[in-house]
Ligand binder design. Structure first.
Ligand code: SF4
Ligand code: SF4
Length: 983
């Protein structure tokens, strides 16, 4: 009988090339040899995949009649292994000769002239094997160039299946298989479709896996892909989502450009990337980069939006709503009533003439003077700052310090308010910490995982690959979300609940868990408080009642309760489908209670993990870029904390009260409260709810300085625009969703006169009378750690290439703490505080006039307001247009075909965009990504907020959808090309 991994306890000692090697039982000869520093050549094998032993390149002599494939054959005690002998070398050379026979000619393929990364050609060179002349070049199996980012040359494929295992086993995308028979066999995408027509998500894992030239990256912007030995490698971190995948950019220094990116090993991402990380880096080289400071021209006052998109004019005819609110400026009147040319990016010819170039000194002097004047006149309440979760920890720290010490106000916030503010509120209240209690990779230790309110494959793609992998290894996945997106295909139980009914669903599950007595009585007694109140509340949520509210059948709710309650280890991952509701805090309270009553916190494979959106939203929050907390979530309205920071920062007049949040700052500006703003890397025009209101607020500001890399929609309202550095152009640290603090390293130089952000913040600080002398991000990091206890012990020197998790008592020796709260929680009494919640309906329900529920969010290929991804060739090519996702039956009832144009209206505005048939949507619901300026979803959303987390309701408002005939393009273009404003 075969022994399982669990049953193997012993070790074996084999002799490999005369050396005794002791390894755990079950270790392959290849792995044992590698551990002893003996390299055995491979083609079909890669340590990350299950071995298949098909290429025979790794054969070794074990004294048997036939050579053994070392990648699959396990070591045995006293086994004698020879890895190199004349016979073995001859066998390998013959194999290479055979494989080379139908490879494309090197001379005709620039990528194959130098062997570089082509492992087969590298082996051919090593063994001195050349292709026999006269043989036909290629097998005639074809070339597929349909993908914008990947070339497929079937002729170069050796059918090693590495791409198949990379796609299936590592990324869980299940796209590649095989088709054909005999010599015609080739890899196939789905049902032998072209790659671009298949379900491929362009993660590029197959390219990274391919040992020949069969799957290769296409050059982006004609930067040739040379072997990595000829390029400069910079190890850094992906700039997009909170997963924070480690990667290496390969830079062509002759061209000053990135040639390509590849994943690299790090405990959280294991070398994986998604399409954004692998192909979405060329935005930094966009011709639309801001390279000179800009000052608004006198004649472009009074202020208002400058482009048709930002004015709210649609490509079509008359508006249904007065969506041009806030366009009070004279220049705006010129655009009124005009149709705009549909398009994805700001037209600089339309906007730039409203600004003149300035020197840095002039621009910074003006910023300091105007903000100081407004502060002198209006006091601290007149100033506010939005920092950015795309900036580094050091920049976030400096920015909040500038607003707090320079203007004596806590009016400083960032997009965490729009992301997980409600989760953070509930977590602080419940367990005394806003950070995750375990890493997403800890799912491997979970018996069951609830994944809820998150389209993980789109928003945290690499984290989702770990979820899919865990399920293949036995973890039960329960997916709870109104949209049946790809995660539903990988779930054991999928619950398509009605939008906005999460509290009822989880109360129903807890009702059943308690009824079945599946709670952890000991944990409840020793580690929680207020259980009886929770029990009393959920008592009225029988599965039948929960079914009435949620639409999820009572029996499915019972199954979920059993699976959750009976598991020895359960973990919950959630996203903005939980947090972005007016009941976001209640939703998160339910998840905390789910874990606490079953004892699912504080041990391996258990816990609470709100998946963080931006690459540094965790870090920016840790650094105090929020109005109610100083760094490390020290309360802004606590006199002791205030005194501590006054001492640390050498000041005496910090604001004793909490500041305003993002949405409150917009509201205050509308009422004349906040008059001057510093916007570093945020684009609230597209990211905040109810854009008409935001437009009005931004137009009303007396002074706005925007520091950014592009002329964003928000920058159209600026008095001064400062050209900033992209992520790729500076050093700094970033904290991912797991609490992993990683070093981002400079890859490229800033273009033109653009400057590194922390230096600009420091220049402004010094101009308003602060006395700052930071020399480098390292300098700032050291100060920041001194006031941020959870980062204690971390330093630029010990973060290394893979970063460290915090808290970390010994970073020299440890990766950091994976599972938190093993003994007690961070609350004042060390207990988890259970807070019961009653289900409340959404604030704006569908009715006869607005019969659909609108859900907004992200898509895989784009990021937030699209300022980076829409300027990335690959990402824009794959997903170029705004679409409303609609169930085909709903579309048919509206007379809409896939691809037709529709007009979507709410009580706040109207947008026009194409219809995309989607079986992910339940009837009566629709989904619109918020990345597209020409069809800004947030023109429709409601600005109701969660009363505690102050997060807006991005996931629920009522809309109407009607068919819309687009006017002929010529007519649109003619009208737009007329001059808009004096230059
Ligand atoms: S790019 Fe990714 S999804 Fe597409 S085939 Fe390759 S591994 Fe699969
Ligand atoms: S999963 Fe997130 S961090 Fe990783 S490559 Fe994709 S966008 Fe970047």
């Amino acid at each position: 009988m075969a022994i399982t991994a669990e049953e193997r306890t012993g070790t074996v000692t084999a002799t490999i090339d005369g050396r005794d090697v002791t390894v755990p039982e079950g270790t392959t000869i290849w792995a044992a040899a590698k551990s002893a520093g003996i390299e055995i050549p491979v083609l079909c094998h890669d340590e990350r995949y299950d071995p298949v032993g098909v290429c025979r390149m790794c054969v070794v002599d074990v004294g048997a009649p036939a050579f053994a494939a070392s990648c699959v054959r396990a070591c045995e005690d006293r086994m004698q292994v020879i890895t190199t002998s004349p016979e073995l070398e001859r066998s390998r050379a013959t194999l290479i000769e055979l494989l080379l026979a139908d490879q494309p000619d090197r001379a005709n393929d620039p990528k194959q002239i130098t062997t570089g990364d082509n492992e087969l050609l590298a082996l051919a060179d090593r063994y001195g094997v050349t292709k026999e002349s006269g043989l036909p070049a290629g097998s005639g199996r074809g070339i597929d160039t349909s993908s914008p980012v990947i070339s497929v040359n079937h002729d170069a494929c050796i059918l090693c299946d590495r791409c198949v295992r990379a796609c299936d086993d590592i990324q869980g995308n299940d796209v590649i298989g095989r088709s054909g028979k005999g010599y015609g066999t080739r890899i196939a995408f789905d049902l032998n479709d072209l790659m671009a027509d298949s379900s491929c998500v362009s993660c590029g894992e197959c390219v990274a896996a391919c040992p020949t030239g069969a799957l290769t990256n296409k050059p982006i912007h004609d930067v040739p892909i040379r072997p990595r030995t000829e390029l400069d490698a910079v190890d850094t971190v992906c700039p997009y989502c909170g997963v924070g995948c480690a990667l290496t950019y390969y830079v062509d220094r002759d061209r000053g450009a990135i040639a390509y990116a590849d994943g690299r090993e790090q405990p959280g991402s294991h070398g994986r990337l998604c399409v954004k990380g692998r192909y979405g880096w060329d935005y930094a080289a966009s011709p639309q980069r801001l390279t000179v400071p800009l000052i608004r021209r006198e004649e472009s006052y009074p202020k208002g939006a400058l482009s048709a998109d930002v004015r709210g004019e649609m490509a079509g005819a008359e508006h249904e709503h007065g969506s041009a609110d806030g366009n009070g400026g004279a220049n705006n009147a010129k655009g009124k009533g005009k149709r705009r040319k549909p398009g994805g990016l700001v037209d600089y010819a339309e906007v730039l003439p409203h600004f003149r170039e300035a020197t840095w000194a002039e621009a910074l002097d003006l910023v300091a003077r105007r903000l100081t004047e407004i502060h002198a006149r209006g006091g601290p309440a007149a100033i506010a700052g939005f920092g950015s979760a795309k900036c580094s920890n050091e920049e976030a720290y400096l920015f909040q310090k500038l607003i707090r010490t320079g203007f004596h106000t806590n009016n400083v916030d960032h997009c965490t308010r729009l992301c997980h503010a409600s989760s953070v509120f509930a977590l602080f209240e419940g367990i005394g910490s806003g950070a995750v209690s375990t890493t997403y990779g800890d799912i491997v230790n979970a018996e069951v995982a609830i994944v809820t309110g998150t389209n993980t494959p789109a928003n945290h793609p690499v984290a989702s690959s770990f979820f899919k992998q865990a399920r293949r290894n036995g973890t039960t996945i329960i997916y709870v979300d109104p949209r049946a997106d790809k995660m539903a295909d990988h779930a054991d139980i999928y619950c398509q609940l009605k939008p906005g009914t999460d509290v009822a669903f989880y109360n129903g599950v807890m009702h059943e868990v308690i009824r079945l007595d599946l709670v952890d009585h000991e944990f409840i007694a020793s580690r929680t408080s207020n259980y009886q109140a929770l029990k009393d509340t959920v008592a009225s949520y029988s599965p039948e009642r929960a079914e009435q509210i949620t639409g999820v059948p009572a029996d499915v709710i019972r199954r979920v309760a059993r699976a959750w309650g009976e598991a020895k280890a359960g973990v919950i991952f959630w996203g903005m489908g939980i947090s972005q509701h007016t009941t976001g805090t209640d939703n998160a309270r339910c998840l905390i209670a789910m874990c606490a009553i079953t004892g699912n916190v504080g041990k391996q494979g258990t816990g609470l993990h709100p998946l963080r959106g931006q690459n540094n939203v965790q870090g920016a929050s840790d650094m105090g870029l929020i109005p109610m907390y100083y760094p490390n979530y020290q309360k802004a309205d606590d006199p002791d904390v205030k005194a501590r920071f006054e001492a640390a920062w050498g000041t005496t007049d910090l604001d004793p009260k909490r500041g305003l949040t993002v949405t409150e700052i917009i509201g205050s500006a509308l009422k004349g409260g906040v008059r001057g703003m510093y916007m570093l890397g945020e684009n609230p025009f597209l990211s905040d709810p109810n854009i008409n209101k935001v437009r009005k607020a931004l137009s009303t500001l007396e002074f706005l300085v925007v520091q950014d890399i592009f002329l964003t929609e928000t920058a159209e309202f600026a008095d001064v625009i400062l050209p900033a550095s992209s992520y790729l152009e500076k050093d700094g640290t970033y904290t991912n969703t797991d609490r992993r603090v990683q070093l981002g390293r400079k890859v490229l130089d800033t273009p033109g006169q653009a400057r590194v952000d922390w230096e600009v913040v420091q220049d402004i600080a010094n101009r308003i009378g602060l006395d700052w002398h930071y020399d480098s991000p390292r300098d700032i990091f050291d100060e920041m750690v001194a006031v941020t206890p959870s980062y204690r012990n971390l330093s630029y020197d010990n973060l290394g290439l893979t970063g460290k998790l915090y808290p970390n008592p010994d970073p020299e020796r440890s990766d950091g703490t994976v599972v938190m709260f093993g003994e007690k929680f961070n609350t004042n009494d060390g207990l988890a505080h259970l807070v019961p919640a009653e289900w409340l309906p959404a604030r704006e329900l569908p009715d006869e006039d607005y019969p659909f529920v609108l859900n907004t969010g992200r898509m895989l290929e784009h990021w937030h307001t699209g300022s980076m991804t829409r300027r990335s060739y690959a990402l824009d090519a794959i997903a170029p247009r705004a679409q409303v996702y609609l169930h085909p039956d709903d579309a048919a009832a509206l007379g809409l075909a896939d691809g037709d144009m529709a007009r979507v209206s709410s009580r706040r505005g109207t947008i026009e965009l194409a219809v995309k048939f989607s079986y992910s949507e339940a009837r009566g619901n629709c989904f619109i990504p918020f990345h597209f300026r020409e069809a800004a979803a947030n023109l429709l959303t409601i600005d109701e907020i969660d009363p505690l987390g102050k997060i807006p309701e991005f996931k629920f408002c009522a809309v109407r959808i009607v068919r819309f005939e687009q006017p002929p393009q010529a007519e649109v273009a003619d009208q737009v090309d007329a001059p808009q404003a004096d230059g």
